[in-house]
Design a protein around this ligand. Structure first.
Ligand SMILES: NC(=O)c1ccc[n+]([C@@H]2O[C@H](COP(=O)([O-])OP(=O)(O)OC[C@H]3O[C@@H](n4cnc5c(N)ncnc54)[C@H](O)[C@@H]3O)[C@@H](O)[C@H]2O)c1
Length: 440
C-alpha cells in the first residue's frame, strides 16, 4: 500500500496515526449528569474550579449543588485568571495541594479547564513548576503517572481544552505564552452542554469562535503525519500533523462555522447557531488534539505575552489582554497567504467550507489571498480589530514578536513549510497591517 486516504507514504515516514480524546457526553442539559458522573469516577472529595464571572452564573450554583447532592464534598476555587499565567497557575496549585481532592471538576472556558489540569498535575506529581513545561522554556519532563480523574465542562464554544492534553499559560518572566503537553493531562470526561453558551457576551463568542476556526484550519493545513519519521506507540507525538481522522473533524467544523459563526456572534438569542458553534468547537478540539496547530497559534503566544494596554470589551478590565482567539486570528490572513502554495487544494477546500464563493474559481496562485480576504471579512462582521496595529503593536515590536514565536518549537515544526526568522518577520510585518504601511 502506497498511501492512506490520499496521504502518500514516504520512505522512513509515519504510516500510522492515533486518535485520542476524552470521553464525551454532549447535549443540551448534559450538565445535569455531573454529580452522577463524578460518583461513577469514584470522586468523593472534589476540587471544583471556575473563574469569578462564571462562578456567579445560576447554572454554576446548580452544578455545584448537583455534585453535593450526589454526596461529593466540594472544595471550590473561583480565582481562575482569564488567560492564566505562571503566577495564577501557582495560586491554583497551592489550593489543590491543600484541598487534597480525589477528583477535579472544571466549569468554565479554556482558562478554567487549563488551570484545573495544572492544579491536578502538580498536586498529584509535585515538582518544580518548570519541570513539566514544554522545552525550551521548561524542561519538558514527562509526567510520571496518571492524574486524578478530571471532568471538564466547557462554558465557551472555543478552545476544545476539554478534549486535549494541553494546558496553556502566560510565562510572565519571558512575556510569552507556553504550555504543558502530555496525554496524561487530558480530562477523563468532557461534559459538553451547549446551554452554557446562552450567557456568553458577543466578543467572547467571536474570540472563542476564531479559536475554533484556527484549530480546524491549522490542523487541516498542518504538515501531513506521513512526513514525520515513523515512531512506535508511546513515541508518537500528540501533534501528529494532518491525518485522515482530523481532516474529517476539521472540514465539518469549518463548514459549521461558515453557516453559523456570524449569526452566533450577532444574535445572542440564536440558540441554534450557538449550539452548532459548541459542536464545531468539540470537533475542532478533537481534530487539533490529534493533529496539532502551527503558525497562527505560535505567533499568537508571542502577541498575547507582549500585550501592553489593550482591554477588549466583554473581558475582565483589571489587566490588559489580547484574548487567545483574537491573538490567533490576527495572524491568520498573513499566514495563509504564505502557506497556500504548500497545498493549494487544502486551502481551497477550507475557504469553500467557510463560505468563500471566490474559492471555486480562483487559481492556485490566488487561493491564499481568497482565504485571507474571507477571514478578514469574518473578522469585520464579528467586530474583531483588523490587525496587530489595532491592538497596540508597531514595527518596533517585530524583533520581540519573532523571538517569542521562535521559542514555540512544537508548533513551528508542525507548519506545512519551513519556518525561519526571516519568514516570521515577514508574517508579522504583514499581520501588523496599517502599522507597517510605512515600511512595506
Ligand atoms: N488547552 C487547550 O487545548 C487550549 C486550546 C486553546 C486555547 N486554550 C487557552 O484557553 C484560554 C481561553 O479560553 P476561552 O476562550 O474558552 O475563554 P476564557 O476561559 O478565557 O473565558 C473568557 C471570558 O468568558 C467568560 N465566560 C466563560 N463562559 C461564560 C459563560 N457561559 N457565560 C458568560 N461568560 C462566560 C469568562 O468569565 C471570561 O471573562 C486561553 O488561555 C488559551 O490559551 C487552551
Amino acid at each position: 500500500m502506497a498511501c492512506c486516504q490520499g496521504y502518500p507514504f514516504v520512505a522512513g515516514g509515519e504510516r500510522v496515526f492515533e486518535v485520542e480524546t476524552a470521553r464525551i457526553a454532549y447535549g443540551s442539559g448534559a450538565i445535569a449528569g455531573l454529580g452522577a458522573s463524578a460518583r461513577l469516577l469514584g470522586m468523593r472529595r472534589v476540587a471544583l474550579f471556575s473563574d469569578p464571572a462564571v462562578a456567579e452564573l445560576p447554572r454554576f450554583a446548580a452544578a455545584r449543588a448537583e455534585l453535593a447532592a450526589a454526596g461529593c464534598d466540594v472544595q471550590t476555587y473561583t480565582r481562575v485568571r482569564v488567560e492564566p499565567t505562571n503566577a495564577s497557575f501557582a495560586d491554583a496549585i497551592a489550593f489543590a495541594a491543600d484541598a487534597n481532592a480525589d477528583g477535579y471538576v472544571s466549569i468554565g472556558g479554556g482558562s478554567t479547564i487549563d488551570t484545573a489540569k495544572a492544579a491536578n498535575l502538580y498536586a498529584t506529581h509535585p515538582a518544580e513548576f518548570l519541570s513539566y513545561v514544554n522545552a525550551p522554556v521548561g524542561e519538558g519532563r514527562p509526567v510520571p503517572g496518571p492524574l486524578r480523574p478530571h471532568i471538564a465542562c466547557p462554558t465557551t464554544a472555543g478552545t476544545g481544552s476539554e478534549c486535549t492534553g494541553i494546558a496553556i499559560f502566560d510565562h510572565l518572566p519571558l512575556a510569552a505564552k507556553t504550555g504543558i503537553a502530555s496525554r496524561r493531562l487530558r480530562p477523563t470526561l468532557a461534559i459538553i452542554d451547549p446551554d452554557w453558551t446562552a450567557t456568553l457576551p458577543p466578543t467572547v463568542v467571536a474570540c472563542a469562535g476564531f479559536d475554533v476556526l484556527a484549530h480546524a484550519l491549522e490542523s487541516y493545513t498542518a504538515r501531513p503525519y506521513t512526513r514525520r519519521a515513523a515512531a512506535l506507540p508511546g513515541a508518537r507525538p500528540m501533534s501528529q500533523g494532518a491525518n485522515p481522522f482530523s481532516d474529517l473533524a476539521c472540514r465539518e467544523a469549518l463548514s459549521i462555522l461558515g453557516t453559523y459563526f456570524v449569526r452566533a456572534v450577532c444574535d445572542p438569542h440564536d440558540a441554534q447557531a450557538r449550539e452548532r458553534m459548541m459542536f464545531a468547537a468539540t470537533l475542532a478540539g478533537i481534530g487539533f488534539g490529534n493533529a496539532g496547530v502551527h503558525l497562527p497559534h505560535a505567533m499568537a503566544y508571542a502577541v498575547a505575552g507582549l500585550v501592553r494596554d489593550f482591554r477588549p470589551p466583554d473581558y475582565p478590565a483589571a489587566e490588559p489582554i489580547v484574548p487567545h482567539g483574537m491573538a490567533v486570528i490576527l495572524n491568520a490572513p498573513a499566514v495563509v497567504r504564505r502557506t497556500a502554495p504548500a497545498d493549494p487544494a487544502r486551502h481551497r477546500s477550507a475557504a469553500s467550507s467557510l463560505g468563500a464563493a471566490a474559492a471555486a474559481t480562483a487559481g492556485d496562485a490566488e487561493i491564499g489571498d481568497v482565504l485571507a480576504a474571507h477571514i478578514a471579512t469574518l473578522m469585520r462582521q464579528t467586530g474583531m480589530p483588523p490587525d496587530l496595529h489595532a491592538v497596540g503593536y508597531s514595527p518596533a515590536d517585530l524583533d520581540p514578536l519573532v523571538a517569542g514565536t521562535s521559542a514555540q518549537r512544537r508548533l513551528l515544526e508542525n507548519a506545512p513549510c519551513a519556518v525561519d526568522a526571516a519568514l516570521l518577520h515577514a508574517l508579522f510585518a504583514d499581520a501588523l497591517g496599517a502599522g507597517t504601511a510605512a515600511v512595506r
